[in-house]
Design a protein around this ligand. Structure first.
Ligand code: FAD
Length: 488
């Protein structure tokens, strides 16, 4: 059979390996870490299990179809359940909102809490759904870099419709055209962070993101987010993918503009195709140093990063659920700090994820495993120890004010992940969570294609290339990859 080498065992690398086996390739994966999953990994300390990266799971069928592709029963590998509450929202003036996954309930309860009309909220949600349905087939499911994509009627229709979908205004302006209540606007603005962007810059078309959660649903994988990695890694091994861990690839070997294989620990290894699941920036800067660099693609603004405190808490907080948000009083300032000043805001929005609410084994009895995250700028060499020290104090004080508690006294275990840590453990340029930011209406078209236009037999998958970051989009990138690899 033909041979494929994949650089990186992130979620997209794993999914690509599984799909390439189906296409008849003999697949070998080289991973610099000692484990698969990249950002989708976990750690257990003092009886507390923490998912280190992603916490929100949408579009689970993109995972289960990998098992079906190889005629396996998904439930033998991977199980999950749908959440009825999307998120609990808290503001410092005492306003609280439990966002229901049922859009009618959301509209009725939202109308009450935010003094808006429920019809208006419904209208907004219906329009979001339309935006998603009219554009997902082109922006998420196909290569934007093959002329064949533009020949279909559906694509042309979608492109014609885009103008009316709010691409010429920001998400904030779009949301303000529907609502007056600043808190409801803030709630819907938050969805810009799902691809690491600013709601004051990302285009209004991004209001399709809430549709993913509200109509398509949010889910919790049995055993936590890490079971996504574990289950598809197991499938990959079961169907014959070869893995080499602790093996950092140093070069993609290119001869006469054709990728011929890789160099790893001084050894040259040949393959018919090479797929990079490594962030596209270091792929060019470290593995393709002799090749022409796609400057415009590599110069794109990066998405935000994160600062996360993993806390073992020896108390239970019944007012909290799996996903919880404590909003900043000044959201605009928060994003100015992140993207313009590349620093942390002194009143950041705090996200608390607690998987022990769903999976009681994730924490000791009467305790909870808190993943406390704030958005952070990318790593530009800031004084992180100083920023982290300040942020910790601010976060503790905010939690204390909102829940009238003394959270510090319940923290029994602690470790921290910052943008530098994310960059070091996954090679993500500047520690970006989602590759390039979507702070411009052209972002979708500026992402690197899933193939090289200059080097034959070189392909790309993962959060830094088309269609973008986040688990579902990474899984889409693996599907598109298969479409762009010629059938001989
Ligand atoms: P990565 O996970 O980036 O993995 C790349 C792999 O390549 C790594 O294992 C790395 O070691 C390996 N590698 C790199 N260079 C080499 C080399 N030279 N040789 C060999 N191996 C190499 N997404 C969501 O959907 N929901 C969320 O709630 C969410 N929250 C997030 C929170 C955090 C804190 C983070 C960090 C990310 C979050 N994301 C979320 C984003 C999501 O994790 C990523 O988009 C996705 O996991 C990226 O997968 P990937 O396949 O691109 O590869």
């Amino acid at each position: 059979p033909k041979t494929a080498i994949i650089i990186g065992a992130g979620i997209a690398g794993l999914a690509s390996a599984i799909r390439l086996i189906k296409k008849g390739y003999y697949v070998t994966v080289f991973e610099s870490n000692s484990y698969p999953g990249g950002k989708l990994h976990s750690k257990t300390v003092d009886g507390y299990r923490f998912d280190l990266g992603p916490s929100l799971f949408t579009m689970p069928w993109l995972v289960t179809e990998l098992f079906e592709l190889h005629s396996k029963k998904p439930e033998d590998y991977f199980q999950y359940s749908r959440k009825e509450t999307i998120c609990n929202y808290f503001w410092e003036d005492g306003t609280r909102f439990q966002a229901s996954a049922d859009s009618d309930t959301f509209a009725i309860q939202g109308a009450e809490v935010f003094s808006e009309s429920s019809e208006n909220i419904k209208k907004y949600l219906v329009n979001n759904k339309k935006k998603y349905e009219h554009t997902s087939s082109i922006f998420l499911e196909k290569s934007l870099h093959k002329s064949s994509t533009y020949f279909s009627k559906k694509t042309l229709k979608a492109l014609l419709r885009i103008g009316g979908m709010g691409i010429y205004k920001s998400l904030d302006t779009e949301n303000k055209s529907y609502f007056k209540n600043p808190k409801l606007i803030q709630l819907f603005n938050r969805y810009a962070t799902y691809n690491g962007s600013s709601p004051f810059k990302t285009p209004g078309i991004m209001s399709m993101i809430p549709h993913l959660e509200m109509d398509l649903g949010t889910y919790f994988p049995k055993g936590g987010m890490h079971s996504i990695t574990k289950s598809i890694y197991k499938l990959a091994k079961d169907i014959g993918v070869q893995f080499h861990f602790n093996r950092q690839v140093d070069e993609i070997i290119v001869e006469n503009n054709i990728a011929k294989g890789i160099r790893c620990n001084g050894e040259a290894l040949k393959a018919d195709i090479v797929v990079s699941n490594m962030d596209v920036y270091p792929t060019y800067k470290k593995l393709l140093t002799q090749q022409k660099q796609p400057k415009r693609v590599l110069q794109q603004e990066r998405s935000s990063s994160a600062l996360i405190f993993y806390w073992g808490i020896n108390k239970e907080f019944p007012e909290l659920d799996l996903h919880n948000i404590l909003f900043s009083a000044n959201y605009k300032k928060e994003f100015q700090k992140l993207f313009d000043e590349k620093t942390l805001h002194d009143d950041p929005t705090v996200y608390i994820n607690i998987t022990s609410k769903e999976n009681t084994q994730d924490a000791p009895k009467d305790s909870e495993n808190w993943f406390v995250m704030i958005n952070a700028p990318g790593n530009y060499g800031q004084d992180w120890p100083e920023l982290i020290k300040k942020a910790r104090t601010t976060i503790v004080e905010k939690i204390n004010r909102v829940f009238k508690t003394d959270v510090e006294s319940y923290i029994t275990t602690e470790f921290i992940l910052d943008p530098v840590g994310i960059e070091t453990s996954t090679s993500s340029h500047r520690g970006a969570l989602y590759g390039a930011a979507s702070n411009s209406k052209f972002a979708a078209f500026l992402r690197h294609p899933n193939f090289s236009t200059k080097i034959e037999n070189l392909f790309f998958c993962g959060g830094s290339v088309h269609p973008g970051g986040g688990i579902p989009l990474c899984l889409f990138s693996a599907k598109i990859l298969i479409d762009v690899i010629p059938n001989d």
